[in-house]
Ligand binder design. Structure first.
Ligand SMILES: [Zn+2]
Ligand SMILES: [Zn+2]
Length: 75
């Protein structure tokens, strides 16, 4: 989703179902009755990216984060 890392390609069978999901909204901001919509509210990211997304509070958005990655590549 962010860096394009594919666990299945790198780790084969054991990586097939392994992915981190990032909630677009901080869990603490979500009301108890709120039903998470996996399409709208969750983004699959690799653990490295996920850790970096949460370096800031509130977390970076996926869009912000992608821009940061591109900036680094262009340097
Ligand atoms: Zn997250
Ligand atoms: Zn990643």
């Amino acid at each position: 989703m962010v860096c394009g890392f594919n666990f299945h390609e790198t780790y084969g069978e054991i990586g097939r179902t392994y992915v981190h999901v990032h909630h677009l909204f901080e869990i603490s901001q979500i009301k108890k009755e709120y039903v998470v919509n996996p399409i709208n509210d969750l983004r699959p990211v690799c653990p490295n990216c996920h850790t970096m997304l949460h370096k800031k509070k509130p977390a970076y958005t996926i869009e912000e984060f992608k821009d940061m990655i591109i900036d680094t590549k262009n340097k």
